[in-house]
Design a protein around this ligand. Structure first.
Ligand code: HEC
Ligand code: HEC
Ligand code: HEC
Length: 346
């Protein structure tokens, strides 16, 4: 007898029905207590590995810099160590009972390429507890985490603490400030840092920035996790605290600064670029306009790129800034950040 297409259809339907029957019978265990069979474990990891490998095809890997490490390390401590542990502490027992358990990442990183790690950090891993990056549109932050993960296997407890800043702090305002300073303390901010200085900004700007992180109008996975336990009153108190700190801004010299100065002072009417200094760093400026002088060049550059790409967001006046920088070219950005990073606080 020849096997006709009807036999195949019947067989397929029987297969589907059979599978439904087994699922309905309740014989498939979803108990996390007993773990996966070895074979299930192997198959699931094979599926994960293949899926990540395919998703990573064609991903362009950016250049990693030292400036990416501290903010990613601080975020690792706040958002990843609770599951994966860290060189400075192991994870809680309850987390080790998750199925699959979050692995100690020390021995895991080498098996993945940069692009594959990016896929895991940016998108998470479905059917495991591994979460996606907290906000969309901030691939630059996920890449910073990849740069940190590459360094991770070499770190001992001290090396990790040096990068991550304050680890355990009290849930008081002082304790929270200590956590903020783990990333934002002036002495921790290096020229290539992607973390801004807070001292010297107005309380208005800082409070609006924190509110914008909290409600998502300024997307940042790092900042949204850093302030997740704070309410509006806490944010106001923190804004006041940091605005009152003396701005000890040192100039960070660079050759490109002269061209930047011309743009910042007079703008370029032909290319419809306004003078930055008509809004920024004036003594009687609108307090919602942040100070730029003395911020790390890498931070300013990253924020300008986000504005130009319409990914920055911010407080109630963010739209005027989006307009102001819409026509900036790469060369303008480099010159402007060199000028402002080098400029002493006024
Ligand atoms: C709620 C717990 C949880 C949190 C929080 C978490 N992870 Fe995971 N992570 C997991 C689990 C579970 C897996 C999957 C393990 C597996 O495949 O068996 C995983 C897998 C990974 C892997 C792949 C490791 C491998 O080879 O299997 C990396 C890399 C990773 N996580 C990094 C991070 C980073 C970076 C963060 C913080 C931004 C983070 N994780 C936050 C639970 C977590
Ligand atoms: C893990 C490191 C880290 C911690 C901890 C942290 N921050 Fe931040 N903070 C950053 C980074 C990185 C940015 C830039 C984010 C972006 O791209 O918008 C930032 C931005 C900010 C800004 C915006 C400043 C500007 O010039 O626009 C404010 C305000 C701020 N943080 C306040 C705080 C406060 C208050 C705390 C403590 C509750 C805190 N941060 C904790 C890393 C951190
Ligand atoms: C019309 C006023 C205006 C002009 C002109 C202007 N800006 Fe802004 N800029 C703003 C405002 C308002 C913000 C704050 C947005 C927010 O986060 O709420 C801002 C934010 C920024 C930030 C982010 C600072 C931080 O701490 O995160 C940078 C960098 C910046 N501007 C650079 C420039 C440069 C460079 C120019 C000149 C090409 C310029 N701006 C022109 C109003 C202006």
């Amino acid at each position: 007898m020849l096997i006709g297409w009807r036999h195949i259809v019947v067989l397929l339907l029987a297969g589907v029905l059979g599978a439904l029957l087994v699922a309905w019978s309740g014989l498939i265990s979803v108990k996390a207590s007993t773990g996966h069979w070895k074979i299930t474990d192997i198959v699931l990891h094979w599926v994960m590995r293949s899926s990540v490998r395919t998703a990573a095809i064609g991903t362009t890997v950016p250049v990693f810099t030292e400036g990416m490490l501290p903010m990613a390390a601080g975020h690792f401590e706040a958002g990843c160590a609770i599951c994966h542990g860290s060189p400075a502490g192991s994870r809680p027992d309850s987390v080790a009972k998750m199925l699959p358990p979050p692995p100690d990442l020390k021995d895991k990183i080498a098996a993945w390429s940069d692009a594959e790690l990016f896929q895991i950090v940016q998108h998470g891993v479905r059917y495991t507890g591994m979460p996606a990056w907290p906000v969309a549109g901030r691939e630059d932050e996920a890449w910073a985490m990849v740069a940190f993960l590459r360094r991770y296997p070499e770190l001992d407890a001290n090396g990790y603490r040096d990068l991550a800043g304050s680890l355990e702090t009290e849930p008081t305002l002082e304790g929270v400030i200590e956590t903020c300073n783990g990333c934002h303390a002036p002495e921790r901010i290096k020229p290539r840092s992607l973390i801004p200085r807070l001292a010297g900004q107005s309380a208005t700007y800082l409070e609006q920035a924190l509110a914008a992180y909290a409600d998502g109008t300024r997307p940042s996975g790092i900042m949204v996790v850093a302030i997740e336990r704070l309410d509006g009153e806490d944010r106001r108190a923190l804004a006041r605290h940091f605005a009152a700190e003396p701005a000890r801004l040192q100039g960070l010299a660079s050759e490109n600064a002269a061209r930047g100065e011309a743009l910042a002072v007079t703008g370029d009417p032909v290319r419809r670029i306004p003078a930055c200094l008509s809004c920024h760093d004036k003594s009687e400026a609108n307090p919602a306009f942040p100070r730029l002088s003395g911020q790390p060049a890498s931070y300013l550059e990253n924020q300008l790129r986000l504005f130009v790409g319409k990914n920055r967001g911010g407080g109630p006046f963010r739209h005027v800034m989006e307009k102001a920088v819409a026509n900036l070219k790469e060369g303008d950005i480099n010159a402007l950040v060199a000028y402002f990073a080098d400029r002493k606080a006024q």
